[in-house]
Each structure stands twice: as C-alpha cells, then as structure tokens.
Design a binder for this molecule. Sequence first.
Ligand code: NOJ
Ligand code: CA
Length: 704
Amino acid sequence: MKQRLLLIAIAFLIVACSSSLKKASISSPNEAITVNFNLTEKGEPTYQVLFKNKVVVDTSFLGFEFTDAEPLKDNFEIKAFGTVSKNDPWEMPWGEQLKVENEYNELIVFLIEKDTERSVNVIFRVHDDGIGLRYEFQQQDGWTEALIKEEKTQFNLTQDYKTFWIPGDWDIYEHLYNTTKLSEIDALQFANHKDLAQTSIPNNAVNTPVTLVGDDGLHLSFHEAGLVDYSGMTLGVDTENLSFESILVGSDNTEYKVKRQIPFKTPWRTIQITDNAPDLIASNLIVNLNEPTKIHDMSWFTPMKYTGVWWEMHLGKSSWDYGMTQNMSTWTDTGGAHGKHGATTENVKRFIDFSAKNNIGGVLVEGWNTGWEHWIGFEDREGVFDFVTPYPDYDLDGVTRYAKEKGVEIIMHHETSSATETYTKQMDTAYALMQKYGMHSVKSGYVGKILPKGEYHHGQYMVNHYNNAAIKAAKYQVAVNAHEPIKATGLRRTYPNIISREGLRGQEFNAWSSDGGNPPEHLPIVAFTRMLAGPIDYTPGIFNIKFDEYKPNNQVNTTIAQQLALYVVIYSPIQMAADLVEHYEANPEPFQFIKDVGVDWQQTKVLNGEVGDYVTIARQERETGNWFVGGITNENARTLDITFDFLDENQKYEAIIYKDGENAHWDDNPLDIIIEKIDVNKGSDLSVKLAEGGGFAISIKKLD
Ligand code: NOJ
Ligand code: CA
C-alpha cells in the first residue's frame, strides 16, 4: 500500500496519429539514453538507442514469424503512440538493498498492419541504467492464438566489443565464459569442446546475460526480464555485421517455439547501458521491469547461511544413494555405495550441531529420499524419485525435531532428475510435508535431459514448470532455490519466494570437472554477467582448497581469502558454508568471517571493478548496520585502494581484514592468509594486495 502511494504518474499521453507519422522518441529521466522508433518506407518497425548522443544500437528491425500465419514485419502504420513517466520506488523484502529507485519514461507504439488490421504494440521503457523493450499482442478480431515460430528482435551494434559470453545452449548455463571480440564469437566451436558434447545449440548463439565492453568505456549487457509463459531467448550472433538477433529456445515436439492465447505481453528484452563496470552491478533494471510483489507476507522466509550434506558427495567421501533398493518392505544391497550414504541421522545431526554453534541458520540434506539408485544416466527416470520417503537410515521426524530444538532449519532437497511429470504430480504432497515440518526452503534440481523427451530446460514448457513450481511452493510458504534452472529474469520481485538459483558453473565443478574446474577469471566475469540477472547459489567457503585426500586431480582455483570474499561479492539471500565440518574446525580464524558475515543487505556499493579482472563490493547488513566488504581478482595479482566513505559520520568501527598473505597464490600457496584488526571511520583509506586468484574480505563492526 505504502509503495502504491509513492507511485507518482507525472504524465500520461496518448496521441492518435495521422498515417504520415512514422517516428517517436523517448529518453531516460536523466536524458542520457534515448530510444528512437521509426517506421521505414515499407512500414517495417525499427528502433535505435543512443547513449550520451552516441548511437549504441543502430537501426534494428522488430518482428515475428508464426507457424500458421504470415510474419509480422512490415506494412505497418502507427495507429497511435503513448508516453508515460513514472517514479515507482519499492522495497525488497530481502535483497542487495532495501530501497530501490525505479524511475522511467515509457513509449508505447500502437502498430496496425495495413491490409490485415492485425495489431501489435511495441513498448519501450527507458531508465537511467538501460532500456527494456517488449511486444504486446492486444485483443483483436480474428486472432486468438499466436503460434510463434521465431521472434525477430535485432540489436544492431556499432563497435566490435570485447564480449563475455557463454554459448546459447538450450539445456544448460554451466559453461565457462569466453572472452572474444564480438566478431570472433564462435559458440558452436566452443560448445563442441570435448566435455560439452551433449549441448544443443542450433546456431552461433549466446545465452544471456552477455556483457560487452567498448574501447570508449561503454558497457552493455543484454538479457531479458519477466520471463513468463514464453521460451527463453538466446541471441544469434552475426559476426560480420556486429549484431544480435533473438533466437527463442524451441522444442522437438512442436513446430512453434511459443504458444500463447492473445492478449499477452512478451518478456522484456533488456540492455543495461553504463559507462563503467561497477554501475552494471548497481543497476536494478531487471528487477524494476518486473511486476510488483504478489506475495505480501514473506515474514516466514529468513535469509540465512547454511551448511549441508553436499560437498562430501561431490568429493566422493559419501554418496547420495543408500546403495540398496526396496522391494515391498525388503531392502536389497545393490552393491554400489552402500555404507557410504551421506544423509544419515548421525551425520545430519553433526551438521546441525555445528551450524547451531556458529550462527548458521540452515542445514541442507541431499540424498535423504529414495530414488538415488536410478537417477543420473537412466532414460526411464519418471516415477523414480519420491519426495516424501526417507531412506531407512534417516530419521526425518527425529532430525527435524532435533534441528528445531537447536534453532536450525532443515533445507529440503528435491532432485527431480528432470522427470518433470513425476515432480509435478508430487509437488503438493512434497510441499505439504515441508510445511508440516516447518521447512521453508527447498533446493530443487534438474539434472539430465528433460522428460518429456524433446523439451529443453529453457523452452516454454520448462519456463512454465519452474514458474508454476515456485508459485505453488509459495502457497505452502516454501522458498525455492533451483539448480539447473531457467535463467533469473527478476521474477523475484513478483515472487520473492524465488530466492536463489544456480544457472552457472558453480563450485561443484571444482570438485570433479575434468577440465580443472573454474579458472580464477571465472567469478570476476560472473559478477558482471550472470550476477546481473539475480542471486546465485554458488556455494562458497571451501577451505580445504586442494582436497588431495579425496580428489588429487582437482582443486579450487582461488585462495582461501577469495573464498571468504565471495560471501559479499556473489549475492544470494542463502549462502552456503559449503566445506566439511572438519575443515572449518581445523581453521577457526578464517572461519570467524563466515560466522560474522551478513546475508541480508540494507545497501550495496560497488567500489571498483573491471569485467573479468576484479571487483570490490561493500554491503551493509540490514539488522545491525555493520558493513562487509569483499574483493576478488582473476589470475593477476593487484593492489586495490579502498576509501571507507560509505561509513556513517562520527561512528567508530572495528575492521577485521582477511587478506592474501605475502606468498599467497591460488595454485602454489592458496592457504596463505593474513588476518588483522584495525579501527576505521568514514573516509579512512586502505590499500590491499590481492594475490593471483586471490581476494580479501573485511567485516566492519560498529564500536560503541
Ligand atoms: C547438481 C546440483 O548443482 C548439485 O548442487 C547437486 O548436489 C546435484 N545436482 C544433486 O542434486
Ligand atoms: Ca549443477
């Protein structure tokens, strides 16, 4: 209600047009960004985007192809256009900041096809940090259903940008980023890399967010917002003409890629536009373009840190499966992993005790339920997983009670193995079980090819599956953290129970990937690409960096100080302390940072950064007003200078600095860390040396 009262509509104008009118323009509130809409001689809709008077998107065409109708692309007239200006600030129930500014100017162009009278509207919303553009199919005579074969939205660029991209895979975002010139993007070649053989990329396309940096310091990031009942958009790359064009994710089961009843609106196609890297992270364009919340009471969800029965499976110390299968009431040994099962009552209690002792609110338990004997590598995965039946060595009832007594919440785990029909059937029962036990968040997983066959993780079928799961979960006061998810598009504003997700190469790759895991440049790229879309469940905090006793050929490719920095740099309202209890117990000094660090923020300041090189972020904890700072670098050592100008005036603070030791190096000496205490106040300066693949973390507490 309060938010609604703040809504100030400054102007609203609809102008009916004579058939000669072919142009309309709209600028951002600060006038730095301008969008020009133009109809060509042939009546083709086009637009252009200028930033500080420079063309950044040159004349680009808009349109659609359908499986059962002529394309929408030319022969249009402008029936009318409308503009509206709004200042619509809002508050995040949890997030990187409490208060979000949201001021924009909007242009709606009402288009009508001359002969057929089919109509479509193009809407441009221009904020100070970028633009959104979407199509609206209004109710119209004789057209009730759109069967979209392809959306033809172009982004015709004007420079050969340095581009940070992953291939436009229809199933998975878990790729390493490539850094090339726009003209040198070769997504097909990249995807055919030996261990990415199961990818499905029909064209030279990239997934979004894709971030571009110009020689002149211009930064652009392309993505989408409000992805609802539509398929995900990849961007086809024309390396000769330096342009992108939308390629929607399809299905092998239908000729169309999207089926919608008219009226409907497409997701927003977004371009974040800044003249420096830090402002990309500060941008709220993606969430702002989404609808206000539909869940008014989120008091049941508390942002929290969590530990869990998880890393030990990725290291091979224990297994998800029980190693026995049940026939009627008889358990038969399947050979395999019996005896190594991780989710036992005893083991989970160990994590509960450790969490309770260390200011950690949650414990994730993977492998607690039946079905793990028959998930990965099996075609017939429907009907296998059961989301209510624990293995016999896991006392769900007793463990949940024990956790409650200790003030810790068990985090549910639902690995669907992409058997979507089984999961859909069981959702109500599974979420009801959680509600009964007072569990308020679930980590879901979609490993493997989607069932039904022919659907892809990022197509319309799955977009609806992920969204419907979250909407249903909310009814049971359950928040969702999906792995192998659809991309984040800011829907957390509308459904704040969508708390976090994977959707990138997470920490787990360091445990088992045959290519050596995530290189030191990975997260300094992620911060300016994937993270612009929304919260990331990266699962930081690995202290036993080399874990030779488990996997001599794998390791984490950062220093231990960088692992701490990630709690601040990589945002999520749930942050895992991912390592094994014994590895934390062996390192109490650095662990103090994980104990102390906040997870819910009043405000965020991006202090410095360059895409792919380094970034430093300061965040103020909501509850306490204390600050935490994290900085990370790629494979290059560097010194970063920080000014504490974000602190309160006339307030003394104690800062504990966790930084790379003199000889630290992500590979040669990752555990070398220096921890020191200093007093700071507003305006104090600090110079910090980051090692190769290193970082630093600072907790800054108010002194009385
Ligand atoms: C892949 C997820 O990313 C990982 O976190 C999880 O442990 C496994 N799937 C099993 O569900
Ligand atoms: Ca994964």
